[in-house]
Design a protein around this ligand. Sequence first.
Ligand code: 3HC
Length: 297
Amino acid sequence: MEIKKVGVLGCGLMGSGIAQTAATAGFDVIVREVSGELCDRGFAGIDKSLARFAEKGTITTEQQTEIRGRLRGTTSLEDLADCDIIIEAIIENLDTKRDTYKQLDAVCKPETIFASNTSSISITEMMTSTSAERQKRFIGLHFFNPVPLMKLVEVVRTILTDESVYERAVEFGKQLGKVPVRAGDKTGFIVNRLLVPYMLDAIRALEEGVGSIVDIDNAMKLGCGYPMGPFTLGDFVGLDTTYYIAEIMFNEFREKRFAPPPLLKRMVLAGLYGRKSGRGFYDYTADPKNPTPMKLV
Ligand code: 3HC
């Protein structure tokens, strides 16, 4: 079960980061996107990130060229047929994922391990779109943004995952230079189960007038040593993504701590998604490096 060739589905923020990380670790990587334009956009992000590492001296310019040489883009699922593992990082939509896995199951060799980078969709629910044999080789590999920098990967097993496949995946996580943690297929796994209620609580604290956006951010950053306060982090992750994860977790557990607060819902409805849309808890439009807090309550 040696892993040599890695397939990545999706070349967005997470997919491109995963592809870059795998190529940096020495694997041959093929990335599939639905259009050449999206593929080019993802590869431009990889080039920018590799250039930053080269500038800092984390990698040499020769290594930068070698890493780039191990990466290839495609728009065809068939090109992933001989991959040893495929990591899926496409849109967080159950039907789209199930449909993609079904197609992939028909073209891939029997040994290929299927891994999803989903943050909140049940691995079991995706897995059942594939054959009984593939279901034993179906896991979650949940990475964190920005993937080339964040050291963690959650390795998720279902009740049907084959023990040797699971251990191979844990080993693969280490080969990628990450620290793997083992988690069961419970919505949110470890990190989002703890992180999402914390971020939602910060929004409730803001709604209740406990403190301002800047003060709550500074409190958690400087008082707890977190690299970003909860609102900066929410804008970084994307408030639409945070809302979506919270909704899935609330539907699964029916616990108040996972319920998205009204302010978050209204911000998402108003298109305030965070950094990617220019405005969220902060306004990034004038100076992205020095954003100003929004007036929301
Ligand atoms: N590629 C290469 N280098 C990068 C990079 C990238 N994609 N992103 C940042 N860097 C480099 C910068 O160039 C900079 O280098 P320097 O130190 O030599 O100047 C260094 O990383 C630090 O970057 P910045 O100065 O821009 O900012 P920070 O010091 O704040 O570090 C951070 C950035 C690593 C993102 C840090 O703020 C952090 O750890 N934040 C928390 C991120 C986090 O919690 N992520 C998880 C989100 S939850 C998730 O993903 C799960 C999902 O399911 C929701």
